[in-house]
Design a protein around this ligand. Sequence first.
Ligand SMILES: NC(=O)c1ccc[n+]([C@@H]2O[C@H](COP(=O)([O-])OP(=O)(O)OC[C@H]3O[C@@H](n4cnc5c(N)ncnc54)[C@H](O)[C@@H]3O)[C@@H](O)[C@H]2O)c1
Length: 328
Amino acid sequence: MKILITGGAGFVGSHLADKLIGEGHEITVIDDLSTGRYANVEHLEGNPNFRLIIDTVLNDKLMEELIRETDRVFHMASAVGVRLIMEQPVKTIETIFHGTDVVLKFCSRYRKRVLVPSTSEVYGKGVSVPFKEEDDLLTGSTDKHRWAYACAKTLDEFLAIAHWKETRLPVIVVRLFNTVGPRQTGQYGMVVPNFVKSALNNQPITVHGDGNQQRCFGHVFDVVEGLTKAIETPECFGQVINFGNDEEISIKGLAEKAIEMTGSKSEIKYLSYDEVYGEGFEDMQRRVPSLEKAKRLVGYQPTRTLDDIINDVANQFREELKTDSANA
Ligand SMILES: NC(=O)c1ccc[n+]([C@@H]2O[C@H](COP(=O)([O-])OP(=O)(O)OC[C@H]3O[C@@H](n4cnc5c(N)ncnc54)[C@H](O)[C@@H]3O)[C@@H](O)[C@H]2O)c1
C-alpha cells in the first residue's frame, strides 16, 4: 500500500515509518522538521519505497496531491506537549487544529482511511482512574494556557468523529498516553529522555513538584503495533481508543529507577511547578489508561516494560555519544 505519514520525521511517526517499510509498503513522510529530526529518517533515504517531503501539512495544495495518491494516512504531525504549547501559544493551536482540518478535508474528499492521534491530556483533571474513552473530560479555564493542548486535541477529536457521523469517513482517533522510547528528545520537557540523559551524564535530575505524581509509560514499539492494527480494523472506524501502558510509577520513582539502571551518581532535585511554568500551573496526580477497548478491538497488550524503555533510551544516548566523540 501507499501510506502517508504526516510528522513522520518525529518520534512516533519515524517508528511507524520503520515498521511499515519493513512490511513492504511505500511510505511518504511530510514533516516541517519543527520538532522532528532528519536523523530519525536518514537511514530510510535511498530506499526506493521511501520518500521524504520537507513541508508543512498546512500547505493545502500539496496535501491534496499527497492524500489523493495514498491508501492510508497516519496524521502524526502536531505541536506536541505542554511545554511547547506554553512557549508558542498561537502557532501550536493553529498547527493542531488547522493541520487536522486540512488532513480530514482531503481524506473525506478522496475517501481515505486516516488515523488521528489525540492525547491523554484530554482527560484533564479527571480523577476516576483508569480513564475510559467515554469518561467526561475535565479541563481548566482558558487563562491557564496548558489546557490549550488538550482543548485543541479535543476539537480534533470532534471534527474527526463528525466526519465519520456525516459521511462515514473511515477515521480512527487514538488517545496516546505517555509514549516513550528511542529517538524521543527531552527538548520539549519529555520526562524519560531528560531523566535518562541526566543520569548518564551524572548530572542532577530535576523533578517537578514533589515527585509523588504517578504516570504510566508505553514503549513506542507496542504503541506503533497497536496503531497499525487499528487502521486495518473496520470496527475501529469512528471510535476513540486509548493506547499506552497501564503500569504506574511515581515521577520520583522513575528518577530513582533511571539512576539505578544506569549506575549513575546523579542527585534528585525538586523544582515547584510555579518555578518551571509560572504561577497557577495545574498538574494531575494520576493518569492511567483503561486499555480494555484497545484490547477488545485490536487485541492490544503492551509487552515491553519500563525497564525495557529505560534500557532502550539509555542505549540510544550511549550510541549518540559514541558517534559524537568519533566525529569530534
Ligand atoms: N509521545 C507521546 O507521549 C504522545 C502523547 C500523546 C499524544 N501524542 C501525539 O502523537 C503524535 C506524534 O507525537 P510525537 O511524540 O511523535 O512528537 P514529535 O514532536 O516527535 O512528532 C511530531 C512531528 O510533527 C512535525 N510537525 C509539526 N508541525 C508540523 C507541520 N505543520 N507540518 C508538518 N509536520 C509538522 C514535527 O516536526 C514532528 O516531526 C502527535 O499528534 C502527538 O500529539 C504523543
